[in-house]
Design a protein around this ligand. Structure first.
Ligand code: GLY
Length: 354
């Protein structure tokens, strides 16, 4: 099977009950299950209560939060499926943020060697990134998404009404992945993200922008599901970003994923200027815009070595080399770029002094 045949169906709808009914009715009664977490269950289940009742859908809620994205929670889902006689003809519906759709996707993909699953992402980060593209998994031994498989959901239902209640930090965290999509693939998308009014959000306009971002993500996934080549573009900002995220966690100052990606993008834009010809003016103006919106995670020169060591453990590395995705201009990406340790330290210095 070629990658281009395995994409899932992405549906934008403000009425998830209608879309869900269309999907659920294709499965035997009693063989549809629903996974959510303790936070999402409160506001999501009422929206689909009629469908739950009509099709006798059984559901389970696991504890919320990144700290619960572990094998114990996966075990809870497997137990639930097993105790309720799920089989290969069953469907699992995952409703929640990125942690939930990643973990639920993994549990579904591995139970009895795989059953169908549908994602209904409830955060901006999950709607533009995590719930799409088939990266499923959980954290293990303190390493993010260390265990997982590539398996595309059958459908993803995106309801932007969920975004009306997410807090500003989580909104910005998801927005960071959209900014990344603009930088790697489309100046037009980048420009619309920069001019979008984040103070007085127009939700119709937001849905359109989200659709553009989803299209960028899907283009990469369709062309390279298993990240052998062009999907690596989606890692822009993440090599240094993941180091920031882990370091922030280790030092007791945790930051949201998207914030770490923004700080990673600033350092990687510096590398882009040095290695790929990105203009210095562009580097400085993008970095200033990002810091104005996201603030700063303060670091000292004494933190650089620890950050560098974290980058050497990135699972995307091949052998000893740290594998960077950089840009030569907005919308033009270069994958598999090598950078020396000295240059990476310079990039951290650029970030620190900004
Ligand atoms: N979040 C990056 C990817 O899905 O490849």
């Amino acid at each position: 099977m070629t990658d281009s045949k395995v994409h899932s169906n992405i549906i934008f709808s403000q009425q998830i009950d209608i879309e869900l009914r269309k999907i659920v009715q294709k499965y035997p009664i009693g063989k549809v299950f629903l996974l959510t977490d303790q936070i999402a269950s409160g506001f999501c289940l009422p929206l689909i209560q009629e469908v739950i009742d009509e099709f006798s859908i059984r559901y389970v809620a696991i504890p919320s939060g990144e700290e619960n994205k572990n094998i114990q929670s996966v075990g809870l889902v497997w137990d639930f499926l097993s105790n309720n006689a799920a089989d290969r003809k069953s469907l699992l519906i995952n409703i929640g943020g990125g942690m939930l759709t990643d973990l639920g996707g993994f549990a579904a993909s591995t139970f009895k060697r795989g059953l169908d699953f549908v994602n209904i992402p409830t955060t901006l980060l999950a709607q533009v990134d995590a719930s799409l593209g088939g990266k499923t998994g959980f954290n293990f031994n303190g390493l993010k998404n260390e265990i997982g498989v590539f398996m595309e959901p059958n459908s993803v239902i995106i309801n932007t009404n969920f975004l009306k209640t997410i807090d500003r930090n989580n909104f910005l965290s998801g927005y960071a992945e959209m900014l990344k999509h603009g930088l790697i693939k489309s100046r037009e998308h980048w420009d619309e993200l920069l001019t979008f009014d984040m103070q007085n959000i127009d939700y119709d306009e937001l849905q359109e922008i989200i659709a553009h971002s989803v299209a960028v993500k899907e283009w990469h996934v369709l062309n390279d599901l298993r990240e052998q080549h062009i999907r690596k573009a989606l890692n822009f900002g993440h090599t240094i970003g993941h180091a920031f995220e882990s370091y922030a966690m280790k030092t007791g100052r945790p930051i949201l994923h998207g914030y770490a990606v923004v700080y990673g993008m600033i350092a990687e834009l510096y590398l882009s200027a040095k290695q790929c010809g990105l203009g210095i003016d562009e580097l400085n103006s993008i970095s200033a815009w990002m810091i104005a919106k996201y603030g700063k995670f303060e670091i000292q020169e004494s933190d650089f070595e620890a950050l560098y060591q974290l980058m050497t453990h990135d699972k995307k590395n091949e052998g000893k080399r740290i594998n960077f995705t950089l840009i030569s201009e907005i919308g033009q990406v270069e994958i598999n770029v090598d950078c020396s340790k000295e240059l990476i330290i310079e990039a951290l210095l650029y970030y620190k002094n900004i």
